[in-house]
Structures are given as C-alpha cells and as structure tokens.
Design a protein around this ligand. Structure first.
Ligand code: DX5
Ligand code: ZN
Length: 231
C-alpha cells in the first residue's frame, strides 16, 4: 500500500533541464512536489530513447522525495535490479511488455520497491482484473507513450472513471496514476474523475516558474479531488 495523500502531482523529469537537474528538482519541491516521475524509454517499445538508471541515481542524490520509474521498455524484468539499486521506490512496467506480469511484479517487490502496472490508451481495462490485487498502482497512459508535450486523449477522462469503478467492484486498493497531456486547465477534471497521482512534465518545467506551476497544479487537483470525495 502506498502511503501518499492524493491527489499527488508528480513532475516528470523527462521535461526537466538536465543542465540543472538539481535546481529544477529543488524548484519543483518549493512548489510542493513530493514525488518525481522518471520516464525510461528504449527506442523499441516506444519510438524514443530517454535515460537509464543513472538519471534515477542522479535524481535520488538531489532529493529525498518519492521517485517512481516508468519503464517504457521491452523485457523490463531484466532491468529491475538496476533501477532498484539506483534508488527507485516504485517501478512501473507496461502490461503490454510482460509475458509473466505476475512474476515480474513479485520481482519488483523482492527488490524492495512498490509495484506499478501501466497500460496504453489502446489497451482494455479488462486486462487489469487478474493483477488488480497484486499491484500498488495502475498507470493509465493519457497519451501514447514516447514523448512529452502531447495533447491528452479525450477518452482518458472516462477511462479514469471506469478504472475507479473497477477498483471499487474488485475491492482493490491500488492507486490510480495518470500520465501525459496534463495541465492547469484539465487537472481539476482529471482529479475529479479519480486520479490519485498525476504526472505532468512540460507544464511543470517548460514554461516559466517551476514552483508556481507545481503549486497551481496541486491547488487545481485538490479542488477537483475534494469535490469527488464529498460526492
Ligand atoms: C510520455 C511520458 C509522460 C510525459 C508527460 O511517454 O510517459 O510522463 O513525459 O509529459 P507531459 O506532461 O509533457 O505530457
Ligand atoms: Zn511517464
């Protein structure tokens, strides 16, 4: 079980400026960030290459905040020890890349990390039923993975609501994370739909004041989330 207080805004380091990674992380923390998201891409599962365990190690040396690693890579089981050693506190694998998903989640736990299962926008929620009890977090991709700065896919809001219903039906306790295309204009609706952990990259790091961007997203998300919890 994850000990976070939703809604959480998790800045994606894919959008940070690596020339001053530590400063970007500190500025995001000034704005209230307590969780960072590391996007790992291999150029096979997604048409882009980003970073390896060294970015996680570097981020881990700059902050005591929670670090989740989103593996957008083929054969993720081969790399779990490296990312756990680098300081990941949660490792998310894509359902689409795991032949033995239940075993891979057990491997993540055996390496002392929380578990996450990610699904792409084209993957049905039905595929999650068999592992809902075996994961701490489910990541709903709200864009097709591979790049920051994309527009959110319109069906994402209903998918979040449907996943929340599925969680209640299964009496599961996984947290719902969403990722891609989130900004101050849609984060309230995203939180109201049921997202617990909300990843944002370009709208945190790539336009002006990082701390103010994070604070704005947190305030908007809390306004949306509160309206849900009182309904
Ligand atoms: C995309 C990544 C997302 C992305 C979010 O494959 O998984 O985390 O970096 O970036 P924005 O918020 O710019 O869409
Ligand atoms: Zn991501």
């Amino acid at each position: 079980m994850l000990s976070c207080t939703p809604p959480v805004i998790a800045p994606s380091l894919l959008a940070s400026n690596l020339k001053h990674l530590e400063q970007d992380i500190k500025n995001a923390e000034k704005g209230g960030a307590e969780w960072f998201h590391c996007d790992i891409m291999d150029g096979h599962f997604v048409p882009n290459i980003s970073f390896g365990p060294m970015l996680v190690e570097a981020a881990n040396s700059c902050t005591n905040a929670f670090i989740d690693v989103h593996l957008m890579i083929e054969e993720p089981h081969r790399f779990i020890p490296m990312f756990a050693d680098a300081g990941a506190q949660l490792i998310t694998v894509h359902l689409e890349t795991c032949t033995h998903l239940h075993q891979t989640l057990q491997m993540i736990r055996d390496h002392g990390c929380h578990t996450g299962v990610a699904i792409n926008p084209g993957t049905s929620l039905c595929n999650l039923q068999a592992i809902a009890e075996s994961t701490d977090l489910i990541l709903l991709m709200t864009v097709n993975p591979g790049f920051g700065g994309q527009k959110i896919i319109d069906s994402s809001f209903d998918r979040i609501r449907s996943l929340k219903v599925l969680r209640d039906e299964l009496k599961s306790s996984f947290q719902i994370q969403v990722d891609g295309g989130i900004h101050a204009g849609n984060v309230r609706e995203i939180a109201a739909a049921g997202a617990d952990i909300i990843v944002a990259g370009s709208k945190v790091f790539q336009n002006g004041n990082i701390a103010a961007n994070v604070t704005e997203l947190i305030d908007q998300a809390r306004a949306g989330y509160t309206s849900t919890s009182t309904s």
